[in-house]
Design a protein around this ligand. Structure first.
Ligand code: NAP
Length: 309
């Protein structure tokens, strides 16, 4: 595994760049927006809840007084909201240098559905980001050196794309559905890179994962005392939230990050560490036939088609 000595100090200036970060009000999305703003980017915080988005903007401005921030209302649990948010962004006619597909949710104990009827982890983590990427691609392609960054997870290694029950309708096992969604995030990021290269496009697609860190994703699940214990254990053993955001920031800004790369922390089985490096890609994530089938499934379910081969 190749370690890359890259820290926040190495992050290049982002002045003049426009970045769109999903789920920017919390966890790694917030940390990513903060650091991009600190380096001078105009950051669009794409959040489903206006007041949580505004609170995040206030918190960023408390640290970075001249931060260039915009709020976009984006509910990834609704394709109508994805289309409306993309339309709003495209209407600005601003080249989009960076899209960070960060937002996500993990393992609701019972099967839940998005407003389009998709199993909520597939719908939010995967389908909505697929649609958003396709819809925003015209703006992304207008930037000089654009990147699309997608957050996967160590959990992808346990994943399998179950085309017979991709929506977990026959059987819902929370972790299985989450692992499938994160495997899909990684496979689609790699497939996006292949399609961008085949299509002679300017954008590159880079994937990353944060290790494990005590964000709301992991600590807000279950009764309060379990959440408290989980937060304590995860804080003691795993990554910090700023440490977990480092692979995203590397993928988003480092000259060393390459299209088709997958980056994560290098300590304790990629769970933690402030050193970014190449992350382990599970063998099933490299199956190009499955990736092409997954892409077609996403196109069918979202009715968003792009970079067709
Ligand atoms: N934490 C970890 O250890 C870990 C490990 C591996 C991968 N990841 C990945 O890291 C990414 C970020 O998660 P996090 O750990 O930073 O968790 P987090 O603090 O819970 O942040 C998740 C963000 O996603 C947003 N979100 C959820 N559902 C949404 C929807 N329907 N529409 C729009 N936004 C939505 C949340 O908004 P609200 O605040 O409104 O809910 C929040 O801003 C996820 O993709 C996750 O899979 C996390």
């Amino acid at each position: 595994m190749a370690r890359i000595a890259w820290t926040l100090k190495d992050m290049p200036s982002q002045r003049g760049k426009r970045a769109y970060v999903t789920g920017a009000n919390s966890g790694f999305g917030y940390q990513t927006a903060l650091e991009l703003a600190r380096r001078g980017a105009t950051v669009v915080l794409a959040c489903r809840d206006a007041s949580r988005g505004q609170e995040a903007m206030r918190a960023i401005r408390a640290e970075v007084h001249d931060a260039l921030l915009e709020l976009a209302i984006l509910d990834l649990g609704s394709l109508a909201s994805v289309r409306a948010a993309a339309q709003e962004e495209l209407a600005k006619h601003a080249p989009l240098d960076l899209l960070v597909n960060n937002a996500g949710l993990m393992t609701p104990p019972t099967r839940q559905r998005t407003s389009d009827g998709f199993e909520v982890q597939l719908g939010t983590n995967v389908l909505a980001h697929f649609a958003l990427t396709g819809l925003l691609l015209p703006a992304i392609e207008r930037a000089p050196a654009p990147r699309v960054v997608t957050l996967a997870s160590i959990a992808h290694r346990q994943g399998r794309i179950d085309f017979d029950d991709v929506q977990s309708e026959k059987a819902y096992v929370p972790m299985r559905a989450y692992a499938q969604s994160k495997l899909a995030n990684l496979m689609l990021a790699l497939e996006l890179e292949r399609r961008l290269r085949r299509g002679g496009k300017r954008s590159v697609s880079v994937a990353c994962h944060p290790g494990v860190a005590p964000t709301n994703l992991l600590t807000n699940v279950g009764p309060k005392w379990i959440a408290f214990v989980r937060r304590w254990v995860i804080t003691a053993l795993s990554n910090s939230v700023p440490g977990g955001a480092l692979p995203t920031l590397f993928a988003a800004t480092a000259s060393e990050a390459r299209g088709g790369g997958y980056y994560g922390p290098q300590g304790l089985g990629e769970v933690r560490g402030n050193d970014v490096g190449e992350a382990t890609i599970a063998p099933q994530a490299t199956d190009e036939a499955i990736a092409a089938r997954l892409w077609a499934t996403c196109e069918e379910l979202t009715a968003v088609r792009f970079l067709d081969v």
